[in-house]
Write a protein that binds this ligand. Sequence first.
Ligand SMILES: *Cc1c(COP(=O)(O)O)cnc(C)c1O
Length: 457
Amino acid sequence: MTDSIDTEVPAAPVRAVTQERKIVTAVPGPKSQELHRRRQAVVSDGVSSALPVYIAHANGAVLVDIDGNQFVDFGAGIGVTTVGHTEASVVAAAASQLQDVTHTLFTITPYEQYVRVAELLAQHTPGAWAKKSVLVNSGAEAVENGVKIARKFTGRRAVAVLDHAYHGRTNLTMAMNYKAMPYATGFGPFAGDVYHAPNSYPYRDGLNGEDAAARTIAYLEKVIGASDLACLVVEPIQGEGGFMVPADGYLPILQRWCTEHGVVMIADEIQSGMARTGRWFASEHFGWEPDLVLSAKGIAGGLPLAAVTGRAEIMDASQPGGLGGTFGGNPVACAAAVAVFETIEQNGLLAEAERIERTLKAGLERLRARYDVIGEIRGLGAMVAIELVQPGTGATTKRPNSEAVSQIVAYAAQHGILFLNAGTWGNVLRFLPSLAMSDALIDDALTVLDDAFAALG
Ligand SMILES: *Cc1c(COP(=O)(O)O)cnc(C)c1O
């Protein structure tokens, strides 16, 4: 740190990391193995770690573990450090805020940072109408609040979600997920009045947007009935489900149907929002203007913050005191979020997401020409995935190939690349890098990926 500080927000003490992979020990290394033994004695087995290398510091698109290994990070904490690890402007804003005020509780004595985040959300979420927000701590809490607000506004009970959805690990959101294992198995009883409607999954259902929407709407009308339906919660691009991009027209048709029938349509943009896909919110790609938008993951550069934002008349339906929570909209997290909005704007990060999509998809197309286990390449911006199928079945049965994904993820980790899997069958390899990821790092990762495919035999 410098000892003479002239600017209002001091330069952040960020530790730079060379943007390259470097493996100097076994993976995990001896120090990580030792720490893992300590962890196993005191951390619940219900908490897992995809790659148990313990991280000492991180910067840009690279993680450094306690053994000195460097990993090129295609997970970004599941799309959280979208602006890059320890992005200087975010660290500076949070550090400065820590010194001014760490906590008051907005529902007791408020502060400007919360209001500023709500202004920025109103400005950047789709739709030109008056919008309001509530700030909470996690994505699941945002989903819970979105449902609460929609029920209060409509006076109705039922909640609809789509097949292959993921919405969190709280009681209500466990009931909203598609996959029981590992998220729900044994954790019941679950919240009632949650209904799972068919989604749009062009690779597997072959339906255009109109037909897929008709199928979804038929379910909503027949199984629930519009007059009992409070909300339909939809990820514009499904995250954990495997980055399914819905067919053109699907989402706006559903929104029109919801509007006609007084149903609140909620975009779960927790993974897809905040510049991830090359737009502020992924809904924009599809011409969808949701009634409510849920944000979390990327909103505060790694600090815990989430939001429900939407039409003022819906957001105002709750009685005073009905929304909130002790840590919701914490000042430090809010200060970081304001810096994230400014960094996206000032550093032109929407264009960076588009650059990442171009580089990544071009490389993946080259691999697909050579490896017939790659069934589909899909996604937008820095939210790209490949779905792997059994060799030779791509054109016919599209049988999921989760073993190939597991082997590739393991191979890449040994070579200093962190890839994440996804998908209902675990057969999707997803690329969710920070927008600080350079083309050079992507190309480097693609060569490792090529070797990993070759090693499948
Ligand atoms: C991660 C995620 C959630 C849950 O967020 P948490 O902060 O983990 O509670 C909900 N919806 C989507 C689409 C997500 O990706």
